[in-house]
Design a protein around this ligand. Sequence first.
Ligand code: FMN
Length: 169
Amino acid sequence: MEFLELVKNRYSCRSFSDKPLEQEKLGAILEAGRLAPSAVNYQPVRILVVKSKEGLEKIEKATTLYNPACALIVCAEKDKAWERKYDGKNHGEIDATIATDHMILSATSLGVNSLWVCRFKEQVIREEFALEDNIVPINILALGYQNEDWKPTENHTKRKSIEEIVKYY
Ligand SMILES: Cc1cc2nc3c(=O)[nH]c(=O)nc-3n(C[C@H](O)[C@H](O)[C@H](O)COP(=O)(O)O)c2cc1C
């Protein structure tokens, strides 16, 4: 698939069917996350793969996922991320987000539907998955196959124009 077509084909799915996600596809999606770049190549990204009913119910205590086959809790190991020496900015969140974007596009290329979720109660995720203090959950990526009648929302085609977001100097 041509790259821009791939980008256009990704949309948020908020209605997953019961169809399981093949382990082979999940492996390929995780590999795309593993290969993502990170600041100074410190690779602070940690990914919790949640496939069990019990695990997905734990996440549902923190957010709404719409019945995916699998959810990835993409975390940054804060202590392992690059900190910019001039101002101490920690880049773990950026690294986790790049990995998440690689994985969401990989999923799209494999015909797997997805939803990127940040509206979650961090403390609940921490407690349910017994995360150590230096592990910060950044994004949750729900994966699976949509119900047939699901259509992308209006938001999917509402994007600002190039003129509004780009300025040449
Ligand atoms: C960083 C980020 C956080 C998001 N968090 C949520 C969320 O918590 N719940 C949700 O339903 N959608 C969430 N979304 C999906 C956005 O609402 C969606 O991408 C946007 O409305 C554009 O629609 P589209 O994905 O169909 O193109 C999130 C997307 C991004 C990139």
